[in-house]
Design a binder for this molecule. Structure first.
Ligand SMILES: [Zn+2]
Length: 118
């Protein structure tokens, strides 16, 4: 193999590696976006389930007694909300006001932790 030829091949490979690196970066940000969107949808789904459950309970109670009831959030729903947030944090998402719903890419977040410790 000619020396000149070898140099040209290395240069070609360098170009390919650069290209690959760019593709990898694009894929990485795409996956990050998808994970965040998936998380948003899961949260919304959970909220809707809670509302649906509450509505069904109220309807059931309403059917039993004609006395109008107050629209209160039961204690267990509040506890459930906290558990969901804690789980979310441990799955790697921010639950703080600052970066809510975004993927935690740099370990623990002080904003999230102070929120969890409230
Ligand atoms: Zn955070």
């Amino acid at each position: 193999m000619e020396k000149k030829n070898v140099f040209q091949r290395i240069q070609d490979m360098e170009g390919q590696v650069d290209h690959l690196h760019n593709d990898l970066g694009d894929l990485k940000s795409l996956v990050k976006e998808l994970l965040e969107e998936n998380n948003r949808l899961a949260l919304e789904n959970e909220r809707l389930r809670i509302i649906l459950k509450r509505e069904a309970q109220l309807k059931e109670e309403g059917d039993k007694s004609p006395i109008p009831h107050q629209h209160v959030v039961p204690e267990d729903v509040v506890g459930e909300g906290y558990d969901n947030l804690a789980r979310l944090y441990h799955e790697g998402f921010h639950i703080c006001n600052v970066y809510y719903g975004h993927l935690r890419t740099e370990g623990d977040c002080l904003f999230c932790l102070s929120f969890l410790n409230k």
